[in-house]
Ligand binder design. Structure first.
Ligand code: ITT
Length: 200
């Protein structure tokens, strides 16, 4: 079978995806590796809508089965911000050190469980026959009081996961992938793909 394209231009995501999908009996390639350079406007207001928009658009351009991830950080105290706007929060090119510090400052005086937050990931698969499949994963935590950890990307240094006593930025990649929003969504998607493609 043809390769499967993962429609993302975020290298941090792509590294995690390749690691999680290792051993899948079909090659998973990035848009760049497939020679597709598309800038897709994320006009949806939910993770599901945006993941489907990205997967469908690249499937139409490539003719191949295409997966896409829409993900982000939801902080309950500030009405689930930055949510679907996580990548665009304070501007796409603003360093994450600034974004993370701003979010910590916005929770000034907020304590304990009121700092609850989670990463959400929805993966969509768009098939040339028109079928769409989605899978969702989350990882729950609280916003830390300072950035911690140098692994991962984006908001990883500020999502503290009490169960593991560390932020996702302090987790080794293989540890994060086992329990993360993306790891869970992708494992689910992997099973759904095996079923759809009749892979035993
Ligand atoms: P693509 O649309 O090209 O995939 P993107 O970075 O724009 O790349 P999203 O629109 O899905 O992707 O935004 C996801 C943002 O959410 C991402 O840029 C981070 O800021 C944040 N995020 C998602 N997963 C994360 C993770 O595992 N660790 C840290 N931050 C994460």
């Amino acid at each position: 079978m043809d390769k499967i394209i993962f429609a993302t231009s975020n290298q941090g995501k792509m590294d995690e995806i390749k690691m999680i999908m290792e051993g899948f009996p079909c090659e998973i390639v990035s848009m760049k590796e497939a020679g597709i350079y598309a800038v897709i406007e994320e006009t949806g207001t939910t993770f599901e809508e945006n993941a489907i928009i990205k997967a469908k658009e690249v499937m139409k351009l490539s003719g191949c089965i295409t997966l896409a991830d829409d993900s982000g950080l939801e902080i309950d105290y500030i009405n689930k911000e930055p949510g679907v706007y996580s990548a665009r929060y304070l501007g796409e090119d603003t360093p994450y050190s600034v974004k993370n510090k701003t979010l910590i400052d916005r929770l000034n005086g907020v304590e304990g469980e009121d700092r609850s937050a989670r990463f959400v990931c929805v993966i969509a698969a768009a098939f040339p026959d028109g079928e769409i499949i989605t899978a969702r994963g989350t990882i729950e935590g609280v916003i830390g009081y300072e950035e911690k950890g140098t692994h991962g990307f984006g908001y990883d240094p500020i999502l503290y996961v009490p169960e593991y006593g560390m932020t996702t930025g302090e987790m080794l990649p293989e540890e994060k992938n086992k329990i993360s929003h993306r790891g869970i969504a992708l494992q689910l998607m992997r099973e759904k793909l095996m079923e759809k493609l009749n892979i035993i």
